[in-house]
Design a protein around this ligand. Sequence first.
Ligand code: KE4
Length: 425
Amino acid sequence: MTLSENLFERAKQLIPGGVNSPVRAFRSVGGAPFFVKSARGATLTTADDRELIDFVCTWGPAIHGHNHPVIKAAIAAALENGTSFGTPNPYEVEMAELIVKFFPSFQKVRMCNSGTEATMSAIRLARGFTKRDKIIKFAGCYHGHSDSLLIKAGSGALTHGNPDSAGVPASFARETVVLPYNDCAALDAAFAANPGQIAGVIIEPYCGNVGFIMPDAGYLSYLREITAKHGTILIFDEVMTGFRLAPGGVQELESITPDLTTLGKIIGGGLPVGAFGGRADIMDHLAPLGPVYQAGTLSGNPLAMAAGIASLKLLTELNPYGRLDALGRQLREAVLAAAQAKGMPVQVPQRGSMFSIFFTDTPVRDYTTALQGDAKLFARFFHACLERGVYFAPSAYEAGFLSTAHAGHTIDRACEIITQSLREL
Ligand code: KE4
């Protein structure tokens, strides 16, 4: 028995499924998860000393690679002064100023501890501000695990075949209208059927939780137009895409100004952080100024803030986005070439350092077409790569991520392994 196998057996005795987050359990790709004891750059080292080239990047935060010395030093320096004060601290102010600098749509921002908290709070704020109850989300988009949003959700919920989680009261689910992504007619119909009732629309402007899916030209501007027309709050969930695809996220790439935005992952530099923000007239409805309550013991935690500030400052210093896109294109070309050499249908949507691999000949543009991908073939591909030292997300419905640490020999080696794996599938 390997150390990972032993750890997994022990974990399963005490932790449901042996994991603290379902998608880690390998249930949709088969086999048992490995346990990681350390990570550095683009590499994970398992409990059994296997080195893996990592295309999950802890689900997005590790844009500079794992355990970056600058981020590590920032955490160590903050640690000298303590771990948590439960009072305002200087780091929170610096983080707020950095976020507002990168995201012009942010007039005010509130820190929290996860992407789930950020989206849950943004939805509550939209409801409190508009005094309406209904929200719109999109099939396959995943916004964390708060009740109103676990309806036709992506990521682990979709991976495990329960996009509509048990335990969500029907009364809650009724207030969530689920629409197909990339469908303007569906938006028209939903607003016509619920006049003056839609508090907010929450969307992953580029989807990263049903695989990686980008919007049709004009879709996001139509969404902005129709929400403004109906006094509905437009929430861009950029927990994954914020600072990942551009300093100012998708809203910078697409020149769209949402009313609220949620952030997470990269802004924590690998420590637990979430944030939400946007129009001041909406944000000022939050306690202690207004009637919408939201709070958190560790919100603005000094260690997490220090790590996130270091991560964001590194992005400013390095401006890695062109290089990350080149890495993404290199990986995309390798997959396309190897699959085409076998006459294997494959789609590899990619933008910057985000991508996914769908085994289908149908272009993937929403939840329905994503599900047409051959998940069984993906599982075989996943294990063929893992055996050779490349780790993709253990699900056909996740995005892959690259970091600046993948450059050079690492991406070349990974492309060789991917090519070999596809050839021998
Ligand atoms: P967290 O609560 O997991 O920090 O963030 C929830 C969330 C919100 N919005 C978007 C767009 C997200 O991608 C996420 C979380 N992403 C998943 C990966 N697809 C987290 C991995 C996991 O659930 O273990």
